[in-house]
Ligand binder design. Structure first.
Ligand SMILES: C[S@@+](CC[C@H](N)C(=O)[O-])C[C@H]1O[C@@H](n2cnc3c(N)ncnc32)[C@H](O)[C@@H]1O
Length: 273
């Protein structure tokens, strides 16, 4: 039997990452990472050591930690994730902040392409007064999103289908989306975590903008007077995204930058009718 300090040291070395080693060991033992401080000298039972070694081996082969543990935190919410859902990214929290700043009291919000439910659930958590709808084309992702809502005790209505089709006739004060926006031929799709994530959550045509164009075109029919559309995009898609709003019925568009100072979210408000 080996003690936890030694096991963590050798796994950190194998993974080149101490945090990942701790996350995988915490998952193996069903504890949180703080537990290690008081238990560094404890011996790990052989069965746990074997299970941990299997998790480390999967990570060494490239599988994302979040798919091995089945968890990822987003906006302080512990979310279940599976290979049917994108792993929520910290930069998407910018979209949540921008939406919260614009959502009126008792307002209605739609999250297009909800995946694990990350954006919709973060907004429902902060704004219990709001009506939050969320949809996805992937039934498997929606199952996970619904489980997350239940586990967190948050009220979000989920719909299945292609962009605005499941919410025909509905209008919202804000429509948000983190849609697929990577170019189909982008070599990054074959690298790192992206290799393991659903292609349907990632890529969108030759310039990566097919879904964004559909969302911008469909949004006016689903927004209230002076409602907002806000969507995430690639760091090099800010100008081209703003250009999609050039024609009426939109007021001037803006692009917000993420913590790494890269263009990340573009939005615009509907002109008054
Ligand atoms: C980049 S992921 C975002 C997931 C989640 N909102 C997040 O930020 O973690 C894009 C999501 O859009 C969904 N999607 C792709 N095409 C769609 C379509 N035509 N209609 C509805 N959802 C779609 C995918 O299944 C995926 O869950």
């Amino acid at each position: 039997m080996t003690d936890i300090r030694t096991i963590l040291r050798s796994a950190s070395h194998a993974l080149g990452d101490r945090l990942e080693a701790e996350l995988l060991l915490a998952h193996t033992l069903g504890v949180n990472r703080a537990w290690f401080f008081a238990h560094a000298d404890d011996a790990l039972p052989a069965s746990e050591e074997t299970r941990f070694a299997e998790f480390v081996a999967r990570r060494v082969k490239g599988e994302p930690v979040a798919y091995i543990t089945g968890r990822r935190d987003f906006w302080s919410l512990p979310l279940e994730v599976t290979p049917a859902t994108l792993i929520p990214r910290p930069e998407t929290e910018l979209l949540v902040e921008l939406a919260l700043a614009r959502l009126p009291e008792g307002g209605r919000l739609l999250d297009l392409g909800t995946g694990s439910g990350a954006i919709a659930l973060a907004i429902a958590k902060e704004r219990p007064d709001a009506t939050v709808h969320a949809l996805d084309a992937s039934e498997a992702a929606l199952v996970v999103a619904q489980r997350n809502a239940r586990a967190l005790g948050l009220r979000v209505s989920f719909f299945h289908g292609d962009w605005f089709a499941p919410v025909a006739g509905e209008r919202y004060d804000i429509v948000v989306s983190n849609p697929p926006y990577i170019e189909d031929a982008d070599e990054h799709l074959e690298q790192g975590d992206l290799r393991f994530e659903p292609r349907s959550a990632l890529s969108s045509g030759t310039d990566g903008l097919d879904d964004i164009r559909r969302i911008v075109t469909g949004a006016p029919a689903h927004l209230t007077n002076e409602g907002w559309l806000l969507f995430e995009h690639g760091y090099n898609q800010g100008a081209v995204s703003r250009a999609l709003f050039d024609a009426s019925p939109w007021k001037e568009s803006f692009t917000a930058r993420d913590l790494e100072d890269r263009d990340r979210v573009t939005g615009a408000q509907l002109s008054p009718r």
